[in-house]
Write a new protein. Sequence first.
Length: 165
Amino acid sequence: MIAKHAKVATPTVYATFGTKAAIVGEMIARLEAEADRDRWGSRIQEEPDPRRKLGLYASFLRKLYSNGRDMWAAAINAASDPAVVELQNHGERESREWLAPIIASLDEAGELAAHLTRDQAIDRAWMLSALELYFRGTTGLGWTDDQYESWLAEILGQQLTRQGA
């Protein structure tokens, strides 16, 4: 797919990047840069309202996922490669690290659902923000990116906050 999009031969892509994992890693790094991951991280961190942080997180994921829909699909399809699986595991750990301060802010503000520990809340938020759910909503159900973002913000609030529980 990359070779076709770039209008080069497949061996040229491998000669440039090396392994399938290196190709997927570069694709993900570019998508994160295009989505301005660092700016979103700062914006979420600086937001004083812990509930609003959940909405900003949903907005960031919408931008990240929608900007590279074809590349994300290619990354999912390459998941049979053990090196790509390790790359995926690394990304999942990073996602959980991103969520930890958001959940901590809910807890510190007394907004975290009483029946959840921080780790349980991170688990739920991580599961709900999975790339596969973005594709199920937008491709499988025909949702717009706006609908996905609204759904994610709403479901995170319902699952993680006192008022949502």
